[in-house]
Design a protein around this ligand. Structure first.
Ligand SMILES: NC(=O)c1ccc[n+]([C@@H]2O[C@H](COP(=O)([O-])OP(=O)(O)OC[C@H]3O[C@@H](n4cnc5c(N)ncnc54)[C@H](OP(=O)(O)O)[C@@H]3O)[C@@H](O)[C@H]2O)c1
Length: 118
């Protein structure tokens, strides 16, 4: 399939296994350079190697917890201007998210893109 996204950049959070990994592999097969994020570094690196070997695209990794501001900042630092963003942790488990000023990940990433000081 050619989705016409070759050469784009994707930031995929929660992508070392499961649905996120499948999404990462799918966009990589379309020729998209990807940054994948998850907390467990060894699984993340294994997945990155597998996607790299299968597709030949550029795969970078960030071991981070995206329910934290520090984790989201690290993810965005690794892929500052993503064309494609996948948020894939459990959005229903709000108890794990830090801070009273919770913004959705999407709002956070858009705000950071428009004004990095936000
Ligand atoms: N599978 C289904 O049938 C299904 C159906 C409906 C909805 N969903 C939803 O779809 C999402 C993915 O499901 P899945 O079955 O693919 O899950 P999964 O196999 O458990 O994979 C979750 C991925 O997200 C990463 N992750 C989890 N919490 C994270 C965090 N705080 N920060 C960064 N990375 C994190 C995990 O790696 P680490 O643990 O190493 O961080 C892993 O790479 C979930 O939100 C789930 O509720 C799934």
């Amino acid at each position: 399939m050619d989705l016409g996204i070759r050469g784009r950049k994707a930031l995929l959070c929660g992508a070392s296994r499961g649905l996120g990994k499948a999404a990462a592999m799918a966009v990589a097969k379309e020729g998209v350079d990807i940054t994948i994020v998850a907390r467990t570094r060894d699984i993340l690196e294994r997945t990155a190697a597998e996607i790299r070997d299968t597709t030949g695209v550029r795969v970078t990794t960030t071991a981070a917890d995206i329910t934290t501001e520090a984790g989201r900042t690290a993810a965005l630092a690794a892929c500052p201007e993503p064309d494609i963003l996948l948020n894939n942790d459990d959005p229903l488990d709000r108890r794990r998210h830090d801070g009273a000023r919770l913004r959705t990940h999407r709002e956070y990433f858009i705000a950071q893109r428009e004004d990095p000081s936000a």
